[in-house]
Design a protein around this ligand. Structure first.
Ligand code: G3P
Ligand code: CA
Length: 223
């Protein structure tokens, strides 16, 4: 099965990482929604790609130096608020699975505790994936029952080795890095291959031909 993953929801159509974007991704028939998580100054998990709120909201400053109340004041586009991880999961979880990307170093354990709490309250572990470019944030002890994906921007060979060492479920290479060798090496190592991002038809066709297991797209209907 080829997993259709909505990148930051459906960021090609709606303000990224907002509830509106997640709803749109669901309407477009994704199998999984990807979102990015950071921690506020007062310890809340919010959905935000960048280290600062500058690019995606009408505010400025680092997420880690703002309180949740301050972040809630912001407009993230089309009058959308910056969602908490809880709010995002309330929209998505149970409908399709959710890929939670850990952005900040040191937040893996907090995200793991958050997920353990959700699992204890009845959520299914196969409804989640945790991903990160930061191997330390994917330590198996943080997330005993949840699939983990190591994201890789360069040097795929090292990435595959690191993913194996982490006992990860998969590897998420930058799309341009995906080729026959990578797919074979990752599959031989028992890893799924989920490239990011694939927005145009020739690239999507190429990735499918290579036999990848899914892809992230800002326009998930194109997958
Ligand atoms: O999950 C893959 C992709 O989201 C990683 O890159 O910068 O969009 O978070 P970025
Ligand atoms: Ca991401």
């Amino acid at each position: 099965m080829f997993l259709k993953i909505g990148h930051r929801g459906a960021a090609g159509y709606e303000p990224e990482n907002t509830l509106r974007s997640f709803r749109r991704a669901l309407e477009l028939g994704v199998d999984m929604v990807e979102l990015d998580v950071r921690r506020t100054k007062d310890g809340h998990l919010v959905v935000m790609h960048d280290e600062t709120v500058d690019r995606t909201t009408n505010g400025s400053g680092k997420v880690s130096e703002m309180t949740l109340a301050e972040i809630m004041e912001l407009d993230a586009g089309r009058a959308e608020k910056v969602p908490t991880l809880d709010e995002a999961l309330d929209i998505v979880h149970g409908k399709v699975s959710v890929d939670i990307e850990v952005k900040d170093a040191g937040t893996g354990p907090a995200i793991g505790r958050f997920l353990k709490d959700r699992l204890a309250r009845g959520a299914k572990s196969d409804g989640f994936v945790v991903s990160s470019f930061l191997p330390r944030e994917l330590a198996i002890g943080c997330y005993p029952d949840v699939r983990r994906v190591l994201l890789v921007k360069e040097c795929v060979e090292d990435g595959i080795q690191a993913a194996v060492a982490l006992r990860a479920w998969g590897i998420g290479p930058k799309s341009e890095l995906a080729d026959e060798n990578l797919v074979k090496a990752a599959h031989d190592a028992g890893l799924k291959v989920l490239p990011w991002t694939a927005d145009d038809a020739p690239l999507i066709a190429k990735l499918k031909k290579l036999g990848v297991d899914g892809a992230f797209s800002n326009f998930p209907d194109r997958l």
